[in-house]
Design a protein. Structure first.
Length: 73
């Protein structure tokens, strides 16, 4: 996937991307997060800017919250 370094990537973008990685690789969120840090960000989550890095963290938190809610139900 080609990403333009000039744009800020959204929380929704990262939610979708993380969920795709989790489903396609059959891995939990923590492993998907590490995969993204290594492969997408090449070890530097701030390489696309502070806003994009923040949106990545927010997406992780959103998925964690959703998983916790699903576990309670």
């Amino acid at each position: 996937m080609v990403v333009n370094h000039a744009s800020t990537l959204s929380v929704e973008y990262f939610i979708q991307y993380l969920e795709l990685v989790m489903k396609s690789r059959h891995i939990p969120l923590k492993e998907a997060e590490q995969y993204m840090r290594d492969q997408f960000f090449k070890g530097n989550p701030h390489s696309y800017g502070e806003s994009t890095a923040s949106h990545f963290i927010q997406a992780i938190q959103h998925i964690e919250k959703k998983e916790n809610e699903n576990e309670r139900n």
